[in-house]
Write a protein that binds this ligand. Structure first.
Ligand SMILES: [Zn+2]
Ligand SMILES: [Zn+2]
Length: 83
């Protein structure tokens, strides 16, 4: 069964519409300032940040910390999973 995940926080839902109906606590504009956004990559055993290459076993733990190579400047944003 495939799950749809948010690329910002790793929240998962059984459909895209239910995923994107909820507010995202790790939205780049601020906590709950926007909806979950679909992670369009495949499910992996290990996720890499597309900015710095940091890895984690799931999106939730990857996006739980800030990224030292974030394009908005160091630590101004969270890691973002590569597709
Ligand atoms: Zn989210
Ligand atoms: Zn990173």
């Amino acid at each position: 069964m495939s799950q749809f995940q948010c690329k910002y926080c790793g929240n998962s839902a059984s459909s895209i519409s239910s995923l994107t109906a909820g507010n995202c606590s790790r939205h780049p504009l601020g906590s709950n300032s926007g909806k979950h956004s679909l992670y369009e990559g495949s499910e992996k055993t290990k996720y890499s940040c597309k900015y710095c290459g940091g890895t984690a076993s799931n999106i939730s733990s990857l996006t739980g910390s800030s990224c030292s190579r974030h394009p908005n400047s160091a630590n101004k944003g969270r890691h973002e999973p590569a597709l």
